[in-house]
Design a protein around this ligand. Sequence first.
Ligand code: DC
Length: 230
Amino acid sequence: MKHWGIAIDGPSGAGKSTLAKRLAQELGFLYVDTGAIYRTVGLAALRRGVDAADGPAVTALLPGLTITVAYGEDGLQHMFLNGEDVTAEIRRNEVSACASKAASISAVRGFLLEMQRRIAQENSVIMDGRDIGTVVLPQADLKIFLTAAPEKRAQRRWKELLERGQRVELDQVLAEVMERDRRDSERETSPLRRAEDAVLADTTGLDLEESFQLLLEIIGSRIGCVKGEG
Ligand code: DC
């Protein structure tokens, strides 16, 4: 049976994970959040007191890390670090910067590449990240580059953190979003960029429901009705 692959890339806060999760449910695909995998490496560095930007030090940690992706009965993706469920902890704000720094290290990207490809080989997936269409799944059936203005993305992220009880200033979140955009786009290995064959979806002026409808339309027009063929 054919396994479908839909790649959704874009900067943080564009709505990738919320939208991809809903789309996966709608299509009966597996949702793969690759940012969570990088966050798990970032968390490992943070816990060991290793500067996530220190390439040799983070690379030295890798052989001791067992990172596993598993799906609960609820269908949600859980991340395990050496057997411990770290799904909630990787969402902490300080882990975001560590993940972005660790993701710039090419040994880290190589370490995680096969894991991501294997999941896509074995399932129909909607995979979101920064380099899915360009590096991880260059043969994806559909590639979407999802973006929105930085101010809008910072506002969404700020609300999300507040809902989780993390009090931060909006200005700080905007500065962090812009810094991560810069680091993710300017790094040498697999930088965040739109694949030439990716469809651009800008959600700046759209609410969540409108963004969802836009992506459904794109999927419908590009790969037709694929529901249930996973
Ligand atoms: O999507 P996110 O914010 O949870 O991702 C965390 C960091 O991981 C982000 O700063 C960039 C990096 N990342 C990446 O480099 N490649 C991916 N495929 C996914 C995430």
